[in-house]
Design a binder for this molecule. Sequence first.
Ligand code: GRF
Length: 270
Amino acid sequence: MSYKTRTWSAQVAQSVEQWTENPRVRGSIPRLGTTSKTEVAHLRDLIFCMGKTVERCPRYNPLMTKAKVKLGILISGRGSNMKAIVEACESGEVPATVERVISNRQGAPGIDWARDRGIECRVLPHRDFESREAHDRAVVGDLKAAGVQWVCLAGYMRLLSPWFVEAFPQRILNIHPSLLPAFPGLNAQTLAWDYGVGWTGCTVHLVDAELDHGPIVGQQAVPVEPYASVDELQGAILKQEHLLYVRALRRLLSQEWRLDGRRIVYCQPS
Ligand code: GRF
């Protein structure tokens, strides 16, 4: 290989390295100065991918080539966390597809948004069922029929029965607007505000049969002081919820992990 080509490929390798922080993409870049013909072809591909950012190129981002996980999302209302998840799946940031959105409330605004997006939706009002478990059986039946593997609760205002939790063991996530274990349950932002804490935030956790209780996947702290009212604080937390939910889901779906008691232990660095 000519000196010129070698210099050129070393320069390209260097700029690709600067371009991406993704350790797996970086690991696929030939070491500088060791370029062969195949490696030059590989670098040409990388340059092509740089046009759409290397992380979004299926050839160099293993998250995009891996089989995608099938998600179901349960909502009860507005569904802004659901939107964040759907958009992250569509952009390839989360290696999953949303197969179902289910609401337990008629007229939940999130359902219209999801339908317009072409996602199959169901409304299964819990009042139409004789017990919590009967409702859960209908919801789980529908999720399983759609091939759903992971379930995201996104403002789903129902406690799941143990039966539901066992149907998707360690495969159900929830987001809660406080730094758990502080302020579980309803009105977490108001409780934090009234208590006078300096910091609150949001938590993504695996779901067990207790309210807002399962192993913590991720948390984001939010300071209280900059906000003039509980509504403003709520808005600031919600913004962070959208980012945190996507981050947590991406990490759980793309890395090997296991539970050590309540602690989630990742087998590879993030
Ligand atoms: C969020 O604050 C979430 O943390 C809580 O319910 C709210 C739902 O909001 N569980 P949205 O429906 O996702 O907009």
